[in-house]
Design a protein around this ligand. Structure first.
Ligand code: G4P
Length: 182
């Protein structure tokens, strides 16, 4: 439990200047915390490596590799030193290559989802569930219905690749997906 709290604190500091895309620009850290809550509270998962990696899942993607940030390699090294190799492996497995065009990143998520380690599948399930809930309840101001529908459809495609990984999390995803905009 101490490690998970440490990971949440680390992520809170790393994401402290970042905001979500909803119109109130809520703090970004709410999203990693939502993943930990879905996994631990709603799905009863108590694997500390998975919970730590969920808290840290956007660290490399959003807090490293740009000007004024640690390099990707330095960020990976920091995660390794502080949280260990299994946590780094899970974060790596859910990190997109931001140097690729968006369409290619989205395509690769679909292609890779079925082949990542089990813990990474759990994090993906929680990530997509949290994003669909946010899109239904607090959509980005500039996302018309078709863009929200596209995200729902793409998220469903990703999750189709890893079905069977965790039926309880899949049921939570399905409940969130049932709110796809008309
Ligand atoms: N629903 C929602 N998403 C938000 C919000 N703020 C930031 N995001 C992030 O935006 C991405 C979805 O927006 P897109 O337009 O599809 O992708 P983009 O950010 O790469 O352009 C998701 O990350 P991703 O890495 O592209 O996809 P994913 O792997 O996290 O699903 C999601 O985590 C918000 O308020 N609501």
């Amino acid at each position: 439990m101490t490690r998970v709290i440490d990971a949440i604190g680390f992520a809170a500091h790393a994401h402290r200047m970042q905001r979500r895309k909803d119109k109130e620009e809520t703090p970004y850290i709410n999203h990693p915390v939502a993943l930990v809550q879905i996994l631990a509270v709603e799905a009863g998962i108590d694997d500390a490596d998975v919970l730590c990696a969920a808290a840290l899942h956007d660290y490399l993607e959003d807090c490293c590799g740009e000007q004024g940030q640690l390099s990707l390699e330095a960020g990976r090294q920091l995660l390794h030193e502080r949280f260990g190799a299994p946590v780094l492996a899970l974060v790596d497995a859910v990190t997109d290559d931001k140097s690729l065009p968006k369409a290619e990143r989205k395509r690769r998520q679909v292609e890779h989802a079925g082949h990542v380690p089990h813990g990474a599948k759990l994090i993906k399930l929680a990530d997509k569930t949290a994003n669909l809930r946010d899109l239904a309840d607090f959509p980005p101001a500039d996302w018309p219905a078709f863009r929200r529908r596209d995200y729902f459809d793409w998220a469903a495609l990703v999750i189709t690749q890893l079905r069977g990984a965790h039926p309880q999390l899949e049921a939570l995803f399905d409940q969130a997906h049932a709110r796809r905009p008309d």
